[in-house]
Design a protein around this ligand. Sequence first.
Ligand SMILES: [Zn+2]
Length: 346
Amino acid sequence: MNTGYVYDEIFLRHTMPGHPENHHRLEAIMQQLASTGVLERLAHIPARPATRAELERAHRPRYIETVRQMAERGGGYLDPDTYVTPDTFEVAVIAAGSTIEATSAVLNGIVRNAFALVRPPGHHALAEHGMGFCIFGNVALAALTARQVYGLERVVIVDFDVHHGNGTQALVAADPGICYISTHQFPHYPGSGAMHEIGSGVTRGNWINIPLAAGAGDRAFQLLYAGVVIPATRRFKPDLILVSAGYDAHHSDPLADLALSLAGYAWLARTLVALAEELCHGRIVFVLEGGYNLQVLAYGVLNTFYALLGDTTVVDPLGPSPRPERDIREYVAELRRLHHLDNQVQ
Ligand SMILES: [Zn+2]
């Protein structure tokens, strides 16, 4: 049993010059994986398009049709940030299908764990519209497929992209078997993800939103994972962990102001892989979201693969953030109280 990855050159075809979410992101990642010899240690999982039925687990037929027609007519914008080119519909459908395929490969025992290296990203996409560079909800679709097709009882989604995954949260809002845990800069795009958004009705308590002030970095994330993310995941007892892997919480990302280092990101990946080993037979799938410093993105994904492969190697040529971090221990305690994590046997 080994580590799998999904990648296809078709993901390069959705691109726009001057836009931060462009094809160079995946090129930088693939070049890094090839030059370090990591790529040849991985099992390739073939990309495939999502079926209409799969897309409709999360998206309205009318929206799917809107994207298809916009692409067919030469392209346009779903919001001021979210471009559609003549290739976008086909590429986005394959990004969604390939994320599902990577998840299937793990659930079918073909690989132990996997990383879906897909574009366009997905965690802002809503049932009826795309936004924030996202067309279809790749991770939400994989989670819903794991529940509805594979019959898993519980799935945990951990989202460490610097932005709140408003789309993922909305698309899984009706499913009591999915827990969504997000760390994100706040206030920041897209504006959702306040601490008190904890879900409602059958999913009350299933959302763990951890908004963070600018400057939060390695120390804050380690305290938050130890105090909140890890105990909340253990309590939910997942059969699968999905990770919305955005590398834009790094201190040198151009679009945001959190302060993780590459070593800090590597610690997150290693911690989540260890949690999957402890709780769900190692079943974990990372799915690419944001990350707009190409060097960070390439090394960040490389370190994540080292974690998936069980290697101890960590590459961090950029070093730690130069900014001092605020003490967040009081905040961790507040989150633990809110989510009733204190009266739990660990
Ligand atoms: Zn992001």
